[in-house]
Design a protein around this ligand. Sequence first.
Ligand code: B4P
Length: 192
Amino acid sequence: MTIRMLIVGAPGAGKGTQAGALAAAFDVPAISTGDIFRANIKNGTELGKKVQAITEQGQLVPDSLTNELIQDRLGQADAANGFLLDGYPRTAGQVDFLTELLASEGAKLDVVIELVTDEDAVVTRLLKRAQEQGRVDDTEEVIRHRQHVYREQTAPILDIYAARDALVKVDGMGTVEEVAQRILDGLAAAGF
Ligand code: B4P
């Protein structure tokens, strides 16, 4: 089965945490723009140099760079029969770009999974990750800013997908296993 999915949620909602197993369940690659940016920063690439300060401050990388990256990644062979995008699109401009990119190949998104979480509880999750992994954008100040950016720029795009009847909302609070099961149940109820 070909399936093109997105997983969307506020910072710390559990997107990256859920993406691997979910993608494996549908036999598609999980593609995380955040992971790709972090790998480029770590490897000191030209792209990494351009985005390092932006991501460390919790700002969004400009659409032009992010869209180009996604176009390249979705053009790779393993994405030909579907994918799970994690953390993209995050702006209305990215939604338009992705819609047009897929339409140019006669394709469209099948389903968008929204993880719904409590803002204060996810700050606690992210501060725990800061202790374990030392991610530089996981300080309380930067987390609060990322939440603000999410409310302003990313949350509104969910209305676009709701209007297309492609949105599955899932309660993202609880254990990782509980959330994973709710996602599978939500997808099954939507016919996937
Ligand atoms: P992301 O990498 O997408 O960062 P994130 O929102 O924190 O999500 P992540 O997937 O890492 O964490 P998760 O919620 O799974 O983006 C980082 C930055 O890259 C952005 O700020 C931006 O600068 C840039 N960027 C990325 N995409 C972009 C785009 N499209 N356009 C422009 N800029 C872009 O998990 C968080 C923590 O919670 C983990 O420690 C996890 O263990 C824990 N957790 C998860 N589920 C849990 C549960 N059920 N219970 C307890 N803990 C849980």
